[in-house]
Design a protein around this ligand. Sequence first.
Ligand SMILES: Nc1ncnc2c1ncn2[C@@H]1O[C@H](COP(=O)(O)OP(=O)(O)OP(=O)(O)O)[C@@H](O)[C@H]1O
Length: 248
Amino acid sequence: MKPITINDLCITFGAVQVLHNISLDVKAGECFGLVGESGSGKSTILRCISRLNDSWTGDVRIGDSAVRDMEVSDRCRMMQMVFQDPYGSLHPRHSIRTTLEEGLRINKLDDREGRMIRAMRDVGLPVEFLDRYPHQLSGGQRQRVAIARALILEPDVLLLDEPTSALDVSVQAEVLNLLVRLQKEKGFTYLMVSHDLAVVDHMCDRFAIMQHGRVVEVLPREAITQGGATQTYAQDLIGASLEYEHAI
Ligand SMILES: Nc1ncnc2c1ncn2[C@@H]1O[C@H](COP(=O)(O)OP(=O)(O)OP(=O)(O)O)[C@@H](O)[C@H]1O
């Protein structure tokens, strides 16, 4: 288990500054949520940490190691990302076996077959599915494969970018429960982007509310149902989400 420490993270695309001096501490083994309106910079934070975006300034550490100084292979072993879209994140012409084996081969891990079988079991998929292709799986099953691909490298940190929002509501709950169980069993640190405060309430210990590339407030999960936000924008966002839940 390792903490994530973000200090003064800034990024500018063209003339537009998208992240403004983001500082966050995610504790080892914690599930920390990022919420806020569309375009507020949530996914960009994950993309900076994983270095999919690389033109940022500031300091990001996993444990004591600065992500900028890590070799690619060390970084991949330490953190993995699960994307929103299980359709787009798997190669359509690679079998599940090829998809899972790739990371093991690149990272020179032994006992590949054993690791793949354990990963499939961990995410609740039949081992025979190793020989299927993405189009032969449902959306929820594909997202389970994406999670298996992330956890097979035994990372400390999982970056989750709206991991269930592309899924049917019934499947969403299954995948969220899977993530909760895996975190308990394996002690991952999660940093998770979500639009949905009900998901944050189910999963997260704490969460940050973002607006226009800034952190407005960091709150404990209880603030969603019991109040406690001090910033007007945070109060409004939580209030609007509760009203919406009561209305449906
Ligand atoms: N590579 C890029 N080049 C230019 N602009 C970008 C790039 N990546 C993100 N942006 C812009 O940065 C802003 C923040 O985007 P980001 O995807 O982080 O928002 P978000 O809070 O995750 O939104 P959503 O909830 O809609 O996914 C947006 O205005 C987006 O258009």
